[in-house]
Design a protein around this ligand. Structure first.
Ligand code: LLP
Length: 414
């Protein structure tokens, strides 16, 4: 997303130097037009029923942008639901799911008249019936099924195997149908699934679609009028050159092979990463350089508190310099300032010679970046910036660290 014009790095038509002049590193930058293009391309291939998975990036400006592109939202907490309503999403374009919704969460979601509440256990369906009947409401619900499919992704982000905590097992379909038939306040109109994130294996999609088609047919045969099938997110993003090449068109081919166009139900998806990961970068400065045990360390001001994916999942993010001339002369390990050995962004990468104060760019960080950041080691959260052609705006300004300290409450006996 960073382009060089006369050796000056640009995001869209905005010079990175102009942003650095007003923003302290580390900060995230998102390209509005890259997001827009990706959303439009996805809609063109998969259809209009796209629900942005808000957990991947929940900034108000991003949500407002997604809403303006006429897609819906998929939320997994009341906090995310409130964020979407605040950003202007119509409530009938919001789906609420999640493996652990409290009674208060369900009541709040019910009162907002959102499009669907996707249930994830028999117990939750029973609780929802009780709450809906107490409030004298009729509500549309979905059930998230667990199709027992291994998407071939890393275990920490796999969700579709029957031993994973998500969804309801396929062999419960008859029980669910019987249960909801007796429930006068619930209208089961949808089934959903999500087998994991960062999935490139097309057979995994194919097998999931087949299972979901089978499930739909069983529900229909049991008299449950399924009108909507939500096939989740998880589309793969290429973080490094030798990652598998993923084409969304291949997903569409499998979709068409499984569900024909005359199917009486609407099909939707809920991608997060695919729509926004590549449209974000993390900008960080080199605090210091050092050599330990023959390793050339670049210690930068972003840490695992800013971007946790490398430390948490061993995830790869390309790192580039902002100096145009790349002579690839030094092998570096790029590490953050956090007091943990896992606070490493990349090991043994070739970069042109770097010095203190130089800027590095950590790529493809638009999804699961800022949303997973923390104040660990009592460091500030990162700033976020949105670029639109030659304009840019700060869209998140972190609190001064003093504010964070003031949140602690010292009891009177100390
Ligand atoms: N729908 C459901 C029910 C989900 O649980 C998720 C992601 C999505 C949709 C969107 O998945 P996506 O299209 O973004 O792959 N923090 C991890 C990713 C966790 C994803 C959790 N669920 C990471 O940084 O890789």
């Amino acid at each position: 997303m960073l382009k060089f014009k006369n050796e000056i790095p640009f995001v869209e038509d905005t010079s990175l130097h102009d942003i650095i002049r007003v923003c302290e590193t580390p900060f995230y930058i998102y390209s509005q037009n890259m997001i827009k293009q990706k959303v439009e391309m996805t809609k063109k291939v998969l259809g209009e029923n796209i629900f942005f998975s808000v957990k991947s990036n929940s900034n108000q400006a991003i949500l407002k942008l997604m809403n303006s592109l006429n897609i819906g939202a998929d939320v997994v907490s009341i906090g995310e639901l409130k964020r979407c309503l605040h950003a202007g999403f119509p409530s009938n374009k919001i789906i609420f799911e999640g493996v652990g919704k409290s009674k208060d969460d369900l009541i709040y979601a019910m009162q907002q008249n959102i499009r669907l509440i996707n249930t994830e256990s028999i117990e939750e369906i029973k609780l929802l019936q009780k709450l809906a009947s107490e409030k004298n409401k009729m509500i549309d619900i979905g059930v998230r099924l667990n199709p027992n499919i291994d998407g071939g992704t890393i275990s920490k982000i796999s969700t579709g195997k029957k031993t994973d905590k998500f969804g309801i097992e396929m062999n419960e379909i008859e029980n669910i149908a019987n249960l909801v038939s007796d429930f006068s306040n619930l209208n089961l109109i949808s089934i959903s699934c999500h087998i994991g994130s960062q999935i490139s294996n097309i057979d995994a999609y194919k097998n999931t679609f087949k299972e979901m088609k089978k499930a739909t047919d069983i529900f229909l045969s049991l008299g449950i009028n399924i009108k909507h099938i939500d096939l989740g997110g998880g589309f793969h993003v290429q973080y490094k050159d030798n990652d598998p090449k993923f084409k969304i068109e291949d997903v569409k081919k499998e979709l068409d092979a499984c569900f024909n166009s005359s199917s009486p139900y609407e099909i939707s998806f809920e991608p997060g990463r695919y729509l926004i990961a590549e449209a974000g970068i993390l900008v960080t400065s080199i605090i210091t350089t050092k050599q330990n045990g023959g390793i050339n360390y670049l210690i930068v001001d972003a840490g695992m508190n800013t971007l946790i994916r490398p430390a948490m999942y061993n995830a790869h993010h390309d790192i580039i310099t902002t100096k145009k001339k790349i002579d690839s002369s030094v092998t570096y390990t790029v590490a953050g300032p956090i007091c943990e050995s896992s606070d490493i962004f990349a090991k043994n990468i070739l970069l042109s010679k770097q010095t203190i104060g130089d800027i590095l760019i950590i790529k493809n960080t638009g999804a699961y970046g800022k949303v997973m950041s923390s104040t660990y080691n009592t460091r500030a959260l990162p700033t976020e910036v949105l670029v639109n052609k030659e304009n840019f705006a700060i869209i998140y300004a972190p609190d001064e660290i003093e504010k964070n300290i003031e949140k602690d409450i010292v009891p009177s006996w100390l």
